[in-house]
Ligand binder design. Structure first.
Ligand code: NAD
Length: 407
C-alpha cells in the first residue's frame, strides 16, 4: 500500500515535468538494498536472530538519509518505499541528501533494555558496511529513540576507531545532538501553516489528530500563535471543546491520565468524528491512510496539514483538490525534522554547536523558502500541492543526475 501510494504520486508528478532518461532510469530501483540477520544473545541465554534492513534509494544529491524503524510489520518493500519518499522529502526542503531508510522486524516493547542495546549495536555492526558520515546517515523513526542512536553511534565509532557523531542524527545532546531537534517536525509544520494562511485565507479553528511528539508540539505552537485548538485525539479517543483548550492544562491531563479525552468539560468524540468536525484547519499527526476515498467527503476543513507520513491517500488527495480544500503534503509539512537532522550533521562535522535560536531561525528560512517555491508551482501548473512538491523535488534530483551522468 505504502509503495503503491508513492508510485502513484510519482506518476502523477511526472506528467508535469520532463525528466532526463538517466533520471527516470535511476529512480526505478534503489541504489543499494541490504538485508541481513542480527544474532542477539537474549537475557535467558537463548540466541535469537532478527531480520534487519537498510536501503539507500538514490544519492544524486548527496549521502542518503533516513530513519530506522523497529516494528513487527517492517518489510523490505516498506523500507524501500520509505527510502524513496526520503529522496523526495530531502529534495523538497533542499538539503544536500538523497534518501534512505532502515528497519528491524521486531516488537521492541518485548525486549529488555539490555537486549535492545545488543540488537541496536548488532544492526549497526551489520550496517556499518553501508552507512557512514559521507555515505548514509540514519536517524530515529517508529519506536527508535535518541538512546538507540547513541548506542549505534558508539558502535560505529568503535568499528572505525574514530569518534563519529556525524554517522547518525537524532542523538542526545550530550553526544552531538542538536538543540531544537525534539520539536523540529512540528515547528517546520507550524511555519508552513503560517505561510499557507497568508495565501489561503482560512479561520483559526483547528483540530489535531494524534497528540504525540509531532501533534502535541504542533498544537502548542499553533495555540501560542492565536489559533484555537478545538479538538485533539490520541489512540484512546478524542476530545472536543468549542471554546478551545488551554494547552498547559491539556498537557497536564495527558501526562496524568495518559489520554486527552479526560480533559474536564470537553466532549468525548471518536477519531472518525474528529476528522469530520467543522473546523478551518485539520492537522493529521497520527497514522498513515487516515483519510481515504471512503471518508474524504466528510472532511469539512478548508486546510489539511499532513504532519504524519502518508495520512491522505492519492484518491482522497484528488477529492480535496477538486473541492478547493488546501492540503500541505507530508514531504513539505513534516520536513522540518529531517532539516534539523541535517543541521545536526553539519554541527557534528564542524565540531561547532549552534544556539536553539540559531537552529530555529535557519529552519524558518528553509521552510518559508520551500513552502513558497512549492506554492508557486501549485499556482503556475494548476496542480495540487503534493504534485507541486514532487515536481520541485524531481527537478532538483534531475539537475544533479544530469550533471553527473549526462553524455
Ligand atoms: P508518536 O508516537 O509520538 O505519536 C503518535 C500519536 O498518535 C500518539 O499520540 C498516539 O496516541 C496517536 N495515535 C495512534 N493511533 C491513533 C489513532 N488511531 N487515532 C488518533 N491518534 C492515534 O509519533 P510522532 O513522532 O508524533 O509521529 C506521528 C507521525 O508523524 C508519524 O506518521 C511519523 O512518521 C510522522 N513524523 C514524525 C516525525 C518526528 O520527528 N517525530 C518526523 C516526520 C514524520
Amino acid at each position: 500500500m505504502v509503495f503503491e501510494n508513492a508510485e502513484k504520486q510519482l506518476d502523477k508528478a511526472k506528467k508535469h515535468i520532463k525528466l532526463a532518461q538517466e533520471t527516470e532510469e535511476t529512480l526505478k530501483l534503489p541504489k543499494e538494498s541490504f538485508a541481513f540477520s542480527i544474532p542477539v544473545r537474549m537475557d535467558n541465554g537463548h540466541l535469537n536472530v532478527y531480520q534487519g534492513f537498510r536501503v539507500r534509494y538514490n544519492d544524486a544529491r548527496g549521502p542518503t538519509k533516513g530513519g530506522i524503524r523497529y516494528h513487527p510489520g517492517v518489510t523490505l518493500d516498506e523500507v524501500t518505499a520509505l527510502a524513496f519518499w526520503m529522496t523526495i522529502k530531502c529534495a523538497v526542503i533542499d538539503i544536500p541528501y538523497g534518501g534512505g531508510k532502515g528497519g528491524i522486524i521486531v516488537d521492541p516493547h518485548k525486549l529488555s533494555k539490555a537486549e535492545l542495546e545488543r540488537l541496536s549495536r548488532g544492526w549497526m555492526r551489520a550496517a556499518s558496511r553501508i552507512v557512514g558520515p559521507q555515505r548514509d546517515i540514519p536517524a530515529p523513526d517508529v519506536y527508535t529513540t535518541p538512546q538507540i542512536m547513541a548506542w549505534m553511534m558508539d558502535e560505529y565509532s568503535t568499528i572505525v576507531g574514530q569518534y563519529s557523531p556525524a554517522v547518525i542524527t537524532g542523538k542526545p545532546l550530550s553526544v552531538g545532538g542538536s538543540l531544537g531537534r525534539g520539536y523540529s517536525t512540528a515547528l517546520g509544520g507550524y511555519f508552513s501553516v503560517r505561510e499557507a494562511v497568508k495565501k489561503v485565507h482560512v479561520g483559526k479553528k483547528v483540530a489535531v489528530q494524534g497528540f504525540g511528539n509531532a501533534g502535541a508540539h504542533m498544537a502548542r505552537l499553533m495555540a501560542q500563535d492565536g489559533f484555537t485548538i478545538v479538538a485533539v485525539s490520541d489512540s484512546k479517543g478524542g476530545a472536543h471543546l468549542d471554546s478551545g483548550f488551554d494547552f498547559k492544562k491539556l498537557e497536564d491531563v495527558k501526562a496524568k491520565d495518559g489520554r486527552v479525552d479526560a480533559y474536564p468539560g470537553s466532549k468525548k468524540i471518536t477519531n472518525e468524528q474528529l476528522l469530520e468536525l467543522d473546523v478551518d484547519i485539520l492537522v493529521l499527526a497520527a497514522l498513515e491512510n487516515t483519510v481515504t476515498k471512503d471518508n474524504v467527503s466528510k472532511v469539512k476543513a478548508k486546510m489539511i496539514v499532513e504532519l504524519a507520513n502518508g495520512p491522505v491517500t492519492p484518491e482522497a488527495d484528488d477529492v480535496f483538490h477538486k473541492n478547493g480544500q488546501f492540503l500541505i503534503p507530508d514531504v513539505l509539512a513534516n520536513s522540518g525534522g529531517v532539516c534539523v537532522s541535517y543541521f545536526e550533521w553539519v554541527q557534528n562535522l564542524y565540531g561547532h554547536y549552534w544556539t536553539e535560536n540559531n537552529v530555529n531561525e535557519k529552519l524558518e528560512q528553509k521552510m518559508v523558502k520551500e513552502f513558497n517555491a512549492t506554492f508557486e508551482i501549485h499556482k503556475s501548473k494548476s496542480v495540487d500541492m503534493r504534485t507541486a512538491a514532487y515536481v520541485l523535488a524531481l527537478g532538483r534530483i534531475d539537475d544533479s543526475t544530469k550533471d553527473k551522468m549526462k553524455l
